[in-house]
Every structure is written in structure tokens, then in C-alpha cells.
Write a protein that binds this ligand. Structure first.
Ligand code: MEV
Length: 431
């Protein structure tokens, strides 16, 4: 069952935001303070992960690897303004495009978003089941006892924050799996992503499942197709904000291309995930799990399709809708050890995992709108070129004000290439 997300009032971080001019007009080092961040958070953003903390996270650590963190602005979700949404990403134009889309959505009241209960699925693969029908009915009859055992009796799965809520049984096509039974253990994971607890529960249940089914348990692992833990976001864009003649219809045509063609859907969805992943990385989430779930969800009908739909409503405005599985946590995992991820969560002012998921869905929808609008109206390269030119110019050795002037010259000459950028930098250095 879906609910519309609700967030508490302003966080203490948001109350401190006092910007006297646009964020980008502050020197880069002054932006965190302008956003109201306190000294400890600013130092977390600048230092990132210490070597010592990194050494505890994975094996054979030799260093840490930094990426830019930017913030998307202009978001309103369920009536609440979200001052700054942290995004960690290497691709130019994503943050700016996201803020631009959020601004247009804000003109029409902002995003609405909601989510289901945070239910994860653990899978137990049972093979060599002598009588699958009998096994099904025996596991079904024992469901309540198994849930009680997980939630109250077994020490490794008892938790105050998460609990097993149901068991579902599935079979697969008889040609290969005539004697297989797939047991799904459903867990309400609360504010955790839940992978550890669900995997522990699957392993703990295995002997009980073997004795009930008479089969042999093989794999015991969480499913990343978390289709019981979904999130949705919706927005409207006023047709007057789209400016170009027939723009809404052209954006709908672009969206339909993705709905019906998997080749286009893959790229369209990459645009959605540009936003979702950037917030996932900033907040310390398992973005591979999110990606895997999103794409499996898109293929659930047997034909890969788009994560979003775009339509024109009866008054001629554009409406967008996104629904996807989104397993995120605000306790445990990298959120516990990565100081910049903790800062990112504080900036978002989220106190529950579903609030984070709802924000990520809005960012995904905004990102998708920005990409599809650009593709449908002016082509993606116009906007990309300016940012690409700046990157080339920096790589060619330009500094300070040189960056903007040389980038503008490359664009005017329609020659955004490294050799030309180097020539202009050398010329500039001699003058
Ligand atoms: C590029 O990172 C993302 C886009 O290709 C998305 C899309 O085509 O919709 C622009």
C-alpha cells in the first residue's frame, strides 16, 4: 500500500541557511557555510574519508578516491522546500539540469512523492523437493511459526528495528525447475537497507525449510528486485514554462519512444539514474543494488521499458510520473562510517529512510525531464558543449578567468578540441 510521504518541519540545518546571493556566486570554499553547514560538516566535506576509515571498509586499501559533490536546488516535495540536495557525480551538467527542472516543477507546486512500506525480499532456493505441492502447503501452514521464530526466538534475527512480515512461495518453469521451490522471506527493514539482516535470516531459516520441504537448500540471499519496496514521484510542468511551440507534445513523443523501445529505454533510464545514483553516492547507499533493482523492475512485463511516463493533461500542461524499487537506508552500511555521507543526510534533513527514497525519486524524475526536454527541443549537445569546453580548457592547463574566456572562444569557433585549447592557453600565457 502506498502512502504520500510526510517529512517533519525544517531541520536545524535548514534553519541556518542564509544565502544573500545565488550559491554559485560564492567562491567554492565559501558555499558550504553559505548553505548553513557547521564547521564539522564542512571539514567532513573537505576531508572526506580518512585513510584509517577507508582501511576498515574494504581490503588492500591504497588510498581514497574523490569526486565532486554539488547540490541541486529549487526542490519542493510534498509542500516542503528542500534547500540543497547533495549529488556526487563526475558528469558535467547533471546538477545544473536537475536544479533547472526542479525550478520548473516548483512553478506548478513542486513534486509529490510517496512510498510503500520498506519491505525487502530474501530468497531461499530449494532443490530436489520430492513433492512440490506438499512442500508448499507445509511451508504455508508453518508461516506464522517461522515468522515468530525469526522475530522472537532466534538471536541472530531478532531486531527492534526490522521484522519478518511474511513468507511467499514461488515455482519456476517446470522444464528446469520441476522439483524446485523458491521461498521468499519478506522483511520490513525500517530505516536500514536491510541486506545483512535479510541474508542472515535466509541462512538461519535454511535448515527449517529443508525439514519442512524434504528438499536441499542451495542459495540464500536477498533479491535486489525489491518490488515490495517502491517509491513514486509525480510533477507537473506548466506549458507556459516550456516556451517552444508544441514542446509538451514533443516531450511526450520522446517519452513514448522509451516506453516502447528498449534501446531508447536504456538511455532514457540512464538519465533517470544520473540523478538517483548521484544522491545515492552522496548519502552512502549501495548504488549497484539500486541500479540492479531499477532495471529488473523495468523488465518485469517481459519487455524492458522506461522508468517514467510523460503525458499532457487536460489543460495542456506536461505531467511526469516515476515509480521504481528503491532500497535505501539511513542507518548502517557506509552511512555509518563515511563522514561526508552523514553530512549529506543531515543536509537533506531526513529522519526516515523512506524520506530519502522519496527525495531520490523526485531527483530522478527531474533529471529525466531535463534530459528529455533538451533532447526533444534543442538536442543535448548545445548544453553539454559549454561544460565540455570548460573541462577541456582546464585539462589544457587554463586557470582562473582564462577558463571561461577560452571555453567561450572554443564554442564560438565550433572547435571544442584539446589541441586548440592548448594553443589558446599558450597564447594567453605569453600575453
Ligand atoms: C546522459 O548522461 C543522459 C542522457 O543520454 C539521457 C537521455 O538520453 O534521456 C541525456
Amino acid at each position: 500500500m502506498f502512502r504520500v510521504g510526510k517529512m517533519a518541519g525544517l531541520s536545524s540545518y535548514e534553519k541556518r541557511v542564509v544565502m544573500k546571493k545565488k550559491l554559485r556566486e560564492y567562491p567554492v570554499a565559501e558555499r558550504p557555510a553559505a548553505l548553513g553547514l557547521e564547521a564539522a560538516d564542512i571539514s567532513a566535506l573537505h576531508t572526506g574519508l580518512t585513510l584509517e576509515a577507508a582501511d576498515h571498509m574494504i581490503e588492500n586499501v591504497i588510498g581514497t578516491y574523490a569526486l565532486p559533490m554539488g547540490v541541486a536546488q529549487n526542490f519542493v516535495m510534498n509542500g516542503r522546500a528542500i534547500e540543497a540536495i547533495p549529488m556526487v557525480v563526475e558528469e558535467a551538467s547533471i546538477v545544473a539540469a536537475c536544479s533547472f527542472a526542479a525550478k520548473l516543477a516548483r512553478n506548478a507546486g513542486g513534486f509529490t512523492a510517496g512510498s510503500s512500506a520498506p519491505i525487502m525480499i530474501g530468497q531461499i532456493q530449494v532443490l530436489d523437493v520430492p513433492d512440490v505441492d506438499l512442500a508448499r502447503s507445509r511451508v504455508a501452514a508453518a508461516t506464522q511459526d517461522l515468522l515468530n521464530w525469526l522475530n522472537a526466538e532466534n538471536a541472530s534475527t531478532r531486531s527492534r528495528h526490522a521484522h519478518a512480515v511474511d513468507i511467499e512461495l514461488r515455482t519456476l518453469p517446470a522444464a528446469i525447475a520441476a522439483h524446485w521451490l523458491i521461498v521468499h522471506v519478506l522483511y520490513d527493514c525500517g530505516d536500514a537497507m536491510g541486506a545483512n539482516l535479510v541474508n542472515t535470516a535466509c541462512e538461519a531459516l535454511a535448515p527449517l525449510i529443508e525439514s519442512l520441504t524434504g528438499g536441499r537448500v542451495h542459495l540464500r540471499i536477498l533479491s535486489n528486485l525489491s518490488d515490495h519496496r517502491t517509491v513514486w514521484a509525480r510533477c507537473t510542468i506548466h506549458v507556459s514554462d516550456l516556451v517552444a511551440e508544441g514542446a509538451a507534445a514533443r516531450i511526450v513523443e520522446a517519452g513514448l519512444f522509451a516506453e516502447f523501445d528498449p534501446y531508447r529505454a536504456a538511455t532514457h533510464n540512464k538519465g533517470v539514474m544520473n540523478g538517483v545514483d548521484a544522491v545515492a553516492v552522496a548519502t552512502g547507499q549501495d548504488w549497484r543494488a539500486i541500479e540492479a533493482g531499477a532495471h529488473a523492475w523495468c523488465a518485469r512485463s517481459g519487455r524492458y521499458t522506461s522508468l517514467t511516463t510523460w503525458r499532457v493533461n487536460p489543460v495542456g500542461d506536461l505531467t511526469g510520473f516515476l515509480e521504481m524499487p528503491l532500497a535505501v537506508g539511513i542507518v548502517g552500511g557506509a552511512t555509518r562510517v563515511h563522514p561526508a555521507a552523514q553530512t549529506a543526510l543531515r543536509m537533506l534533513g531526513v529522519t526516515r529512510a523512506h524520506e530519502l527514497a522519496e527525495i531520490m525519486a523526485c531527483v530522478g524524475l527531474a533529471q529525466n525531464f531535463a534530459a528529455v526536454r533538451a533532447l526533444a527541443l534543442e538536442g543535448i549537445q548545445a548544453g553539454h558543449m559549454a561544460l565540455h569546453a570548460r573541462q577541456i580548457v582546464v585539462a589544457a592547463g587554463a586557470h582562473g578567468a582564462q577558463v571561461e574566456t577560452i571555453a567561450a572562444r572554443l564554442i564560438a569557433e565550433k572547435n571544442v578540441r584539446m589541441e586548440r585549447a592548448r594553443e589558446l592557453v599558450e597564447q594567453g600565457n605569453k600575453e
